[in-house]
Structure formats: structure tokens, C-alpha cells
Write a protein of this length. Structure first.
Length: 167
């Protein structure tokens, strides 16, 4: 149940969640699982749009297969690259974090903000005016950037650990 509390807290207090989890960043398998979970939920949220297109069954199957490959293979590669670049930029400006911290700072918001992605897809599929759809998508993107940068800043700050006293 802790993951659900972290997701809700990410919406309300992203810096608090980042600070709480900074000392116990999950290993690489867990970080990859976060990323793949976000990719899978995002893929499933786009399926109704793919199926509703007026194409033949074979074309829809090919389109879904292409979306699956893009989401589950190329998407993670892209986000690993973004995490590397963000870590490098943070290092250039004096960040003291780690590569794992930069990956966590990007991958966790991708997981936590999947309800926003689903809301955006619902808005796209509904009969809302295009301006409203654009506003919802824009607000979702801004909120993601805010949470990601908040997490990245927390992960790149030096830990406030007290140095061990020397005799």
C-alpha cells in the first residue's frame, strides 16, 4: 500500500516524497519496473484511440504492435537518455546526486502521473472542444515538469548527513 500513498503524496507534496525516498532509492530492476509500468499504462490508455480508427483488423494489429514496440522498447531508451542528460546538466551546475537518483527523479513521476495521462486520453476521446483538450494536455505537461524538476533538485542536493566526529 505504500506505493499508493507515495503516488497521492506526489500530487500534494512532491518534495516531501523525494526527500523521504532519497536515502532508499530502489535498485535498477525496480527503477526499470517503474519505467515499464508507466509505459504500459500509457500504452493501454491509447488503445481505445487505436482500435476506434477506421482501418482493417490487420492494420489495427500492426498499429498496436508498433505502439507496443515504441512504448516498451524505444520509450524506455529515450527516458534513460533523458535521465543521463539531466544528470549531466545537474553535474555541470554543481549537483551532487547520482545516476540512480536522476533516473528515480524521472521514472517515479512518470508512474505517479499516469492518472493525468489517462485523464488526457479521456479528454482526447471525448467531445470536448480542442481548446479544452489542449489546456488539459498543457496543464498535465506543466505539472509533470514541475514534479520531475522538484524530484531532480532534491536528488541533486547534498545529503544533510552529519559528518562523523574524529577523535
Amino acid at each position: 500500500m505504500a506505493i499508493w500513498h507515495d503516488i497521492v503524496d506526489t500530487y500534494l507534496f512532491p518534495a516531501r516524497v523525494a526527500r523521504r525516498n532519497k536515502g532508499a532509492i530502489a535498485g535498477e530492476p525496480t527503477l526499470l519496473a517503474y519505467l515499464l509500468l508507466a509505459a504500459l499504462v500509457s500504452l493501454f490508455s491509447r488503445l481505445p484511440d487505436l482500435v476506434s480508427q477506421d482501418l482493417g483488423a490487420e492494420a489495427v494489429r500492426r498499429l498496436i504492435a508498433a505502439q507496443f514496440a515504441t512504448s516498451m522498447l524505444f520509450g524506455p531508451l529515450f527516458f534513460y537518455f533523458i535521465a543521463i542528460v539531466s544528470r549531466f546538466i545537474a553535474y555541470l551546475v554543481g549537483g551532487k546526486g547520482t545516476g540512480a537518483g536522476a533516473r528515480y527523479a524521472l521514472f517515479w513521476p512518470l508512474v505517479a502521473l499516469q492518472p493525468v495521462v489517462i485523464l488526457i486520453e479521456i479528454a482526447r476521446e471525448s467531445s470536448l472542444p480542442p481548446l479544452v483538450q489542449a489546456v488539459i494536455s498543457g496543464l498535465g505537461a506543466i505539472f509533470f515538469l514541475y514534479v520531475w524538476l522538484t524530484f531532480l533538485i532534491v536528488m541533486e542536493r547534498p545529503s544533510a548527513e552529519k559528518p562523523a566526529s574524529q577523535p
